[in-house]
Design a binder for this molecule. Sequence first.
Ligand code: IMP
Length: 193
Amino acid sequence: MDLVFATNNKNKVKEIKVLLPPSIKILTLSEIGCEEEIEETENTIEGNAKLKANYITEKYGYDCFADDTGLEVDALNGAPGVYSARYAGENVTYEDNVQKMLQEMKGKTDRKSQFRTTIALNLNGEQYLFEGVCRGEITTEKYGNDGFGYDPIFKPVGFKQTFAEMDLNEKGKISHRGLAVQKLIHFLKENLK
Ligand code: IMP
């Protein structure tokens, strides 16, 4: 089956393609001719995932899923959360956000945090939500070159490496998005028999 993944983030597409069975073909936004930016105007992760999935289903008529992710840091009362992409300001790079986080966390001993992903799936006129959480800690400096976003400064519980030091398969087994996608895949397999 064809299913739109409401993103143009190549890292996310790569991560999800390694987890999906070959029977599910992922189409990205540019592949369905959606070139416009879908503005994430909601103030929750779940709200933004729903907003993106609904935009595509309503405007383009496709069954579709969308994800939204936030990094929630305990010592920052859950910030940056839904604002993770804009933590250092509008139109910033991943590096800007990483540097801001390292700065904000300077000297803090409680470095516990979590990534949280919600996936909203629109299928045959119904909407379903799937969540994945990965607990870990913010490191005091950057480690590794793989991945994206906050990966070089996030070390998941039980591991010695950051996400940026893991390969895609390894990250996918334990990551927030990987866990949410595993729930999505389980659901699709059960419901598309
Ligand atoms: P998005 O809105 O789902 O694209 O995610 C918001 C921000 O969270 C992104 O700009 C990234 O900085 C960060 N992010 C999302 N997923 C990951 C991940 O798997 N690793 C590291 N950072 C991530």
